[in-house]
Design a protein. Sequence first.
Length: 417
Amino acid sequence: MSVETLTFGCRLNTVESEVMRGHALGHADGRDLVLVNTCAVTSEAGRQARKAIRKLARERPGAEIVVTGCGAEIERTAYAAMPEVARLVGNADKLRAEAWSGNRQAGARAIMDEREAVPTRISAVAGHTRAFVPVQNGCDHRCTFCVIPFGRGNSRSVPVEDAVAQVRRIVAHGGREVVLTGVDVTAYGRDLDPDLGLGRLVKALLAAVPELARLRLSSIDSVEADDDLLDAFANEERLMPHLHLSLQAGDDMILKRMKRRHTRADAIRFCEQIRRLRPGTVFGADLIAGFPTETEAQFARSLDLVEECGLTHLHVFPYSPRPGTPAERMPQVAGDVVKSRAARLREAGATALIRHLDGEVGRSRQILVERGGVGRTVAFTPVRLGPDVADRAEPGDLVTVAITDHDGQKLSASAIG
């Protein structure tokens, strides 16, 4: 009997795969299971998942392939029609142990009816140095390009005491860095208490778990950042000076057509404010290239946003229509233009990253050591460790190193002294 997982998509899926694996191990009953946790953020994500399922079936004859995740929720018909798939488990069921007994039917719980977030209770995720802690799930917004709310349901939050208990569990097992994650993590707490927000959670975690060395946030929606979160960035050194922003575009008309809740000026103002509160903060961002109706002038404003916000790490998504979304019905940009604009955004991101790396050379930085002779600075910048460091440090160690060089993507470091 064995249980393997194959995970696509976000950090939330990564943690959930580990939870499901634990549940399935207790109910496998001698079966060989492969749990495929799918993503639906783009059409390509679904194509890759289905291709992987067919490959698994060829390579693992006799294994029971169980499919779950946002793809299985949103594109259920497509996955159910695959002869390789033994069973589907919906997002509302997948974190519940009873769903893995083999007796539950797919779709037993409707995701849009869910009103409580299921806390995770694991000490680590296999193969990962930092630990991800889901504190929120679902989304109440309806961006015109996105199907994820229909796969994840409405926004719902893990109570503070459950989040604290999970972080304590991780630290007790040697964890040094925790990443708070969710679908719309800056919406945290509103469903529990109108006065509860992500900032109060951050402060509560840092106060309740003083042994935690590093606390990091996953992608946030800057327009939802509350005053407590800003205060935490200004005053809590253990809250890492790195933010990944869900910006998506730099032109106000495109943002409006995306049904985003911020303007270009809001994004720039937020980055300036954080840098005043915490000098040296490094920003990443999600940006979509070639959204429907986007003109060359509108795209240029997204390109300029890389400089104006001082972005360093870009996740660039060439727009692809998702069936059933409002954006699918808008006038589309030609595919070759979308591809070209995505390449130009990535080039701007590569230039910005090199500028950041140049500024790190000659400095000393604290590194969280990962597997494979690499690590991350507090600003999440990847570092290749020299033999004088890698041979002595273990994954999970915090070490201070001298930054000596970079290759355009990663810093290089050696031991101090």
